[in-house]
Design a protein. Structure first.
Length: 100
């Protein structure tokens, strides 16, 4: 459930687009992914308040790519096992080359 007309997120999160032109309902999944990937603690809190924990949880479980550090944070925040995340499963199926 949305609590305001338009939320305020740090401009560095949406460096490549104009935040004033974003539709916070239609682009909810992309906004949630980007906030959790690039935002700080305040941005994440505000996103959770605006979209609700359930919506954030649904979007993040289906996210194709999340940084491993952020994946651990999200896993702890929502009490979800890492193995449930789509990005974690994809990472296990496509291991990176061993760094020499």
């Amino acid at each position: 459930m949305l609590i305001q007309d338009k939320p305020y997120f740090n401009s560095r999160i949406f460096w490549d687009s104009n935040p004033e032109n974003l539709d916070y309902v239609i682009h909810a999944a992309a906004i949630i992914e980007r906030v959790f990937s690039r935002g700080d603690v305040e941005d994440i809190r505000y996103c959770r308040r605006y979209y609700g924990n359930e919506k954030c949880r649904e979007v993040l479980i289906e996210a194709k790519d999340l940084n491993i550090d952020r994946l651990h944070l999200i896993s702890a925040l929502f009490n979800i096992q890492r193995e449930e995340f789509r990005c974690y499963k994809n990472r296990q199926l496509n291991p990176e080359l061993f760094p020499y």
